[in-house]
Design a protein around this ligand. Structure first.
Ligand code: SF4
Length: 494
């Protein structure tokens, strides 16, 4: 059947804008007619996820036999397509790492992966088309990455796979991707499952308390708390960058130079231009110029502490979460109150709402801009939304207060922090919770039936971290089903 006008236009536009991720292919249909069908990278991802390959006879482009022990976790964040896969190639030992998939071998370079440190852990490049597969992919460090071309190693003709695979349902509703523990968990009484998730959630909380205890011993409570909430503002890709910045510019130093703290933080973050700033938007130009006017005088004192540009991750970040804007939020928090930590601890002691201390910050510039130098947005948007503020309370404030109380010998405050944590309602889902729900429950919707609190969500993430991320056997050698059986087994009488 001829392509519709919509299909023609779509192919034309996609070819122009995404020449390397979208390639309509002409394939032979069941009646031996040639039909154009759009083959996208997403289809290749689904094929890999479902392992629709001749698994017993796989060969890399250099002719070595290959075995896939685990295809990896589908990555919904920026970075390689699959994480934590395990493969064995030729006589080499099994390797665990990331997998990147493309339509063509040269897409590795077209997408700039050979310069991107986030692709350093790729252990296999999977490409669909044979043509051009002599191209050799390399990591940023120059390491050659093994490559497999799957065009002639599929378990079914590509046309048929295209018909069978429902692209919209991947990865969460594609079925048959749950782990071996799903059956064991299904047999567990609801009360036991809830108790196990609570216990795993408590273990995660305790690990965070221990981490804050170490930080308090190293730099004191104010610095520990500052590093904690700075790290949280780095949200996913920039956590380490924000924490590094907080260590390079300690809170005590910022408090001594409060009128200059924005210039110092943006300067040490390496976000300010080296020359006189230019911008067409006058509000942005004034803001950047103001920071820069102070920074160029301070710069020699901070030179050795300036972060390298590679520290930051800008790709795959929504404009509202751009690191510039997140740092703007940090500046607003720091400016708001030099005794911020005491206020937060006081809110826990008095039964107040610590989330408001994060969500109620305002800034003339950052409420209307996404980056330094960007256009002014007519509608103001919050610097730290309510959901993010509640996440910070669960992950940073409560474990910090528990550690702080423990350090101070304040048992009552410690118990209050733990009780507040146990009472938090479930937070909006995230990609780890969705992935873990898919793996551990036969239906992701069942997970929603069982998981009612933040503590249980954290428990689920802890199980995923403890077992799924350490498993290199596609569940076969995982100990979690055993743990579940022991959890249910009656304890011997003492
Ligand atoms: S690795 Fe373990 S915990 Fe994860 S899905 Fe498989 S059996 Fe379950």
């Amino acid at each position: 059947m001829a392509l519709t006008r919509y299909g023609e236009l779509r192919n034309q536009l996609m070819r122009q804008n995404f020449p390397n991720v979208f390639a309509p292919a002409v394939l032979r249909d069941a009646d031996s007619n040639y039909v154009p069908i759009p083959i996208s990278e997403r289809l290749v991802q689904c094929i890999w996820y479902d392992q629709r390959l001749k698994l017993d006879a796989l060969q890399t482009t250099d002719g070595r036999p290959m075995r896939i022990i685990f295809q990896g976790w589908w990555n919904l964040e920026a970075g390689p397509d699959f994480r934590h896969a395990t493969v064995q190639i030729g006589d080499d030992a099994e390797r665990t790492g990331d997998i990147e998939l493309h339509l063509r071998a040269e897409d590795w370079n077209h997408h700039g992966h050979e310069h991107d440190a986030h692709f350093n852990d790729v252990i296999l490049h999977v490409v669909l088309w044979e043509a051009g597969s002599q191209h050799v992919p390399r990591t940023r460090a120059g390491q050659i990455i093994p490559q497999i071309v799957i065009q002639h190693q599929l378990d079914t003709a590509l046309e048929q796979l295209y018909d069978e695979i429902d692209l919209d349902s991947y990865p969460h509703n594609a079925g048959n991707h749950h782990g071996q523990c799903a059956q064991v968990l299904r047999a567990l009484p609801t009360g036991s499952l809830a108790a196990m998730l609570d216990a795993a959630g408590d273990e995660r909380f305790a690990a965070k308390v221990r981490r804050f205890t170490r930080w308090i011993h190293r730099g004191g409570p104010e610095q520990a708390f500052y590093e904690g909430w700075m790290e949280a503002l780095g949200y996913k890709g920039n956590k380490l960058a924000f924490r590094t910045l907080a260590r390079r510019v300690p809170l005590a130093e910022l408090n001594d130079q409060r009128s200059q703290l924005a210039s110092i933080l943006f300067g040490v973050a390496n976000f300010l231009p080296t020359g006189v700033p230019q911008s067409r938007d006058s509000a942005a130009a004034r803001y950047v110029k103001r920071l820069w006017n102070t920074w160029w005088k301070l710069r020699p004192d901070f030179e050795a502490r300036i972060l390298s540009p590679e520290t930051w991750r800008f790709g795959g970040v929504r404009p509202a979460n751009h690191p510039h804007r997140r740092l703007g939020a940090a500046v607003a928090l720091l400016k708001k109150d030099p005794h911020f930590m005491e206020k937060v601890v006081g809110a826990i002691q008095s039964g107040g709402d610590p989330a408001k201390l994060f969500s109620e910050i305002r800034d003339d510039y950052w409420n209307h801009h996404f980056t330094l130098g960007s256009k002014t947005q007519s509608r103001a948007s919050e610097l730290i939304g309510e959901n993010r503020a509640r996440e910070i309370v669960a992950n940073i404030v409560l474990p910090f207060v528990a550690a702080y109380a423990e350090n101070d010998g304040d048992r009552k405050l410690h118990e209050t922090a733990k009780a507040r944590y146990a009472g938090l309602p479930a937070a909006p889902s995230n990609s780890i919770i969705r992935l873990a729900s898919c793996q551990l429950f036969e239906q992701p919707s069942s997970a929603r039936r069982y998981i009612k609190t933040t503590r249980q969500q954290q428990g689920l993430m802890q199980i995923f971290q403890d077992f799924c991320l350490n498993d290199k056997s596609a569940c076969r050698q995982c100990q979690f089903p055993d743990l579940v059986r022991h959890w249910t087994a009656p304890q011997p009488e003492s």
